[in-house]
Design a protein around this ligand. Sequence first.
Ligand code: SAH
Length: 246
Amino acid sequence: MSVPVRFVLCETSHPGNIGAAARAIKTMGFSELVLVDPQDFPSSEADARASGAVDLLANARVVDTLAEAVADCRIVFGSSARRRKLRWPELNPRECAQQALDVAQTGPVSIVFGTERSGLSNEQMDLCNALVYIPANPDYSSLNLASAVQLIAYELHFALGDFQPPQEPEFPAASGEDMELFYAHLKDVMVGTGFMDPDNPRQLERKLRRLFNRAHVDVNELGILRGILAAMDKQLDAKSTGTGHG
Ligand code: SAH
């Protein structure tokens, strides 16, 4: 299952960390890496540390500013070893993963990582919707950049496992063509029974279309509906024959 989760590394100073982060991202099944103004990239050290994930480095987008990196995102999480409780809603990686996957169904989502020495600036955090803090030793809470990427990527991967893959439907959905035949049949029966006045249909047909379209009718269900209509047709025919000839 491919989900649009983007990993954004800001002003990374050690190319080795970029490589190790790429590897961390790929091992967890993600692929999108964006580098904001990296100090040294491309680099052989990054390639060496990426190991089998050099493709992520080759495809990495390099941009000048964080704003550019996240411009199209629906939600942005800033990961930080420094807790700034006063200004940003704080999540742990598990909560972040849940929210990220929920929003990723509607568009791209970014997880942003700060530079090694000083982390994310407040200006960078201003572009984030929430702060992600990896619970750690309060006296020494700053993980290596690639380790932080690994942990958050892992939580995303793990949360994805909980996502029920869409189940194979019992029956395929009815085709648009078959639904049109059904609507025409339904109309005939509604007119035939006198339920619907063809000279004054109001919104009846549209409302019924809305109802059945909302239900995502499958071929089996459509067969039942058509069967009911056919049975009503028979009754109508019998009646009209009865009155006609009786
Ligand atoms: N001294 C810096 C740490 C930089 S470590 C600081 O105070 O933030 C590089 C990056 O790894 C951080 O910017 C952050 O994105 C991530 N990181 C490291 N430890 C983390 C933690 N405990 N929780 C969340 N992110 C962390």
